[in-house]
Design a binder for this molecule. Structure first.
Ligand SMILES: [Fe+2]
Length: 307
């Protein structure tokens, strides 16, 4: 029997030259029922494209690619962040002071984000990894972590025993802001509440995507912009701005824990889709917050009118 090899939509198939189903003269699909047509199409096209791509991509490759995608998002490359770092805002000190005032309402609740995520997970190994992150949030570090931090100029006396919200308040105070004294802006409340809802009500994989890829994964890059902007002021003590330098170091470690958990969720198509969706939701929320901060920073005189 002679065989014909042909390619259609990227799929290669072999058929008998005499197969009547594929003879140009014999196909009369008008008489086929929908199920027959569907089978015929699947036979020609092969498996759906997304299944083919999943088979090609390992779990490890998938999470690596997802982490890279997050870093390309507007939330991480926002013009507000770039303007802070390159000093092109009308008044950098005013912008950083405004940031110190508003970011606290999101950042100070980080332990709640972690505990909410932990409550969604069933695997004790996953709890253990995240509980370590939670311990550090409260200002307790392992000796080897403290040694590594001192190597990059973060002294243990600055951070030991100081919960991270307290470190942020130290930074805010240095700029003359009492971050707990003023009424919180509704934009900050919305960000925090929507983020908590995502962690509490999304699937566990979505929650990992949000706090892992969409948050811890981007912190090092994000806070790098702030470190640069704070350095440009030239009059803040390193101890007062340690919140940022500390997070560029420890959050790499936290991201590694979350990445390992994500790998366990990335073995199915559904898990992968949820990881990506959670990541994007977290990034979109952050991007909206930066939009608001940016509008304020470029027009400080109009802040009362910027919603
Ligand atoms: Fe923290």
């Amino acid at each position: 029997m002679s065989m014909i090899t042909e390619t259609l939509n990227g799929a290669t198939r072999h058929r008998s030259a005499s197969d009547p189903r594929y003879s140009d003269n014999s196909i009369n699909t008008s008489s086929w029922n929908p199920a027959q047509l569907h089978r015929f199409r699947r036979e020609i096209e092969g498996p759906p494209r997304e299944v083919r791509s999943d088979l090609r991509q390992s779990t490890d490759q998938f999470v690596t690619q997802l982490a890279q995608q997050a870093l390309q998002h507007r939330a991480v490359r926002h013009p507000y962040l770039q303007a802070l770092a390159d000093g092109s805002l009308p008044n950098i000190r005013w912008a950083l002071t405004d940031f110190a005032h508003h970011y606290y309402g999101y950042s100070a609740h980080f332990p709640r984000y972690l505990t909410t995520l932990i409550s969604r997970l069933e695997n004790p190994a996953h709890w253990r990894a995240l509980l370590e992150n939670l311990t550090e949030e409260s200002g307790v570090y392992a000796e080897d972590e403290l040694r590594e931090l001192s190597e990059i100029g973060v002294e243990r006396a600055w951070i030991e025993g100081a919960p991270h919200p307290q470190l942020f308040q130290r930074f805010a105070s240095a700029l003359g802001v009492d971050s707990t004294a003023n009424k919180e802006a509704v934009q900050v409340t919305c960000w925090r509440e929507l983020f908590l809802q995502l962690l509490a009500n999304g699937s566990p994989a979505e929650a990992i995507g949000a706090l892992g890829f969409g948050t811890e994964n981007i912190v090092r890059t994000l806070y790098g912009y702030f470190v640069k902007a704070l350095d440009s002021l030239g009059d803040l003590a390193p101890c007062d701005t340690v919140f940022f330098k500390l997070h560029t170091a420890v959050d790499d470690h936290h991201q590694a824990s979350l990445r390992a958990i994500a790998v366990d969720f990335a073995s199915t198509n559904e898990g992968r889709a949820d990881l990506r969706r959670g990541m994007l939701k977290a990034l979109m929320l952050r991007s909206i917050f930066w939009d608001w901060m940016y509008e304020r920073a470029i027009q400080p005189e109009l802040t009362e009118e910027i919603f």
